[in-house]
Design a protein around this ligand. Structure first.
Ligand code: GH3
Ligand code: MG
Ligand code: MG
Length: 363
């Protein structure tokens, strides 16, 4: 019985008004015997190296460039030298430096202007140390005011320069660590733990956005609701771990069956929802059949069992008669899914105003 399938959910579930809503005979339903790639949400940014850093050394004086580069190399860093700020800015588009040592007085773009440009860019935090022969307080203040992180006067003591480099890299690492955990937290907030698919919370937010867009522009929006057939048996016969492995494999197959613009979410224990923006009935049927086949056609390999698994899929569409709110659209997909179960499982059912039956293998 599907309504009992909630025991293992970690996520709070949206209310789905099963009881009476469910049992009411749908006005509408096309049953399609038979048949998305979800997001690629996990994407960790590379952390700054713990000891070896990528450092840009910008100076129009070759001797200074080489001396500083040799010094940095001696401490295990990877310096890249530039004889002008223009070249640095060009290279910085492709290479994320952990630190920039910037001469102030140079032909073309000055160090101060280059610093301003670097700091105006949005990608992460790049510490900039101005290295200059202008030791007067006004010059220092100006450098710091436009966003430089530190200031070293030429001629500099090697140990002092290295100490400032080390201190800047410590700050850079701390910044990157915070940014990485923030990204991870943001990811965790929208992803399902077991499958890595989007969770219900994210689905609801995206569904609301897609619904608004569809309504405003009279764009089609399709939704497919999937439920694994007889999943309780998998758990009962092979154990919960095998059940979990099946859900993970199922998610991988869902992912590869949809387009980038589609949204695949784990909706409940063994239920999934696929949002298909800008998709008409024919397109939704193609996707649903692809999903259905991707699951039914190949056994699921788990460490302890090789299993044949099938799913039932309910599809609902906007615009269609009787669907005037996003909740109605979701409920329609749920009703169609229930009908697919009733009709024998491993099939697709479409919620429509006119009841008709369509079988993909008859076409
Ligand atoms: P139907 O074809 O009608 O959908 O049959 P079913 O057995 O799939 O339906 P039912 O709703 O009775 O059972 C769903 C089962 O899914 C029950 C529950 O133990 C299992 N389940 C739900 N979430 C998880 C999970 O995260 N991991 C595992 N291993 N099992 C889960
Ligand atoms: Mg279920
Ligand atoms: Mg089920």
């Amino acid at each position: 019985m599907r309504p009992a399938a909630r025991a293992h959910r970690a996520e709070p579930e949206p209310s789905r008004e099963r009881g009476p809503e469910r049992d009411r005979e749908p006005r509408i339903l096309a049953s399609v015997s038979h048949s998305s790639r979800p997001p690629a949400p996990r994407n960790d940014s590379a952390p700054a190296p713990a000891h070896s850093a990528r450092i840009a050394v910008v100076d129009d004086d070759k001797l200074i460039r080489e001396r500083v580069a040799a010094l940095l190399r001696s401490r295990g860093h990877v310096p890249t030298t530039f004889d002008s700020a223009t070249k640095l800015l060009e290279a910085h588009k492709n290479t994320a430096f952990d630190l920039v040592l910037l001469d102030v007085v140079m032909e073309g773009i000055s160090g101060v202007d280059a610093c301003r440009i670097l700091k105006a860019r949005e990608e992460g935090f790049v510490p900039v140390v101005l290295v200059t022969s202008r030791a007067d307080p006004d010059a220092r203040v100006e450098g710091l005011r436009i966003g430089a992180d530190d200031y070293v006067c030429k001629p500099f003591e090697e140990e002092e320069l290295l100490a400032r480099v080390a201190s800047m890299l410590r700050i850079k690492r701390a910044y990157d660590d915070v940014a990485t955990s923030r990204n991870r937290m943001a990811e965790l907030a929208v992803l399902d733990d077991l499958t890595g698919l989007y969770n219900v919370r994210y689905l609801q937010q995206r569904f609301a956005e897609e619904w608004k867009r569809a309504e405003r522009h009279r764009e089609p929006l399709a939704i497919a609701m999937l439920d694994v057939d007889r999943f309780k048996l998998v758990n009962d016969q092979h154990g919960h771990e095998v059940g979990d492995a099946v859900l993970r494999e199922m998610s991988a197959r869902l992912r590869t069956s949809v387009r980038d613009t589609d949204v695949v979410a784990r909706y409940g224990g063994e239920e999934f929802v696929v949002l298909l923006p800008s998709t008409q009935l024919s397109g939704a049927l193609v996707v649903a059949e692809r999903i259905r086949k991707s699951i039914a056609a190949r056994r699921f390999e788990t460490p302890r069992a090789r299993l044949e698994v099938t799913t039932s899929i309910g599809i609902a569409l906007y615009p269609s008669r009787g669907v005037t709110s996003k909740d109605q659209l979701l409920r329609a997909a749920d009703t169609a899914l229930y009908r697919a179960k009733e009709e024998g499982r491993d099939r697709i059912c479409v919620y429509q105003e006119q009841m008709y039956v369509f079988r993909a293998d008859e076409g």
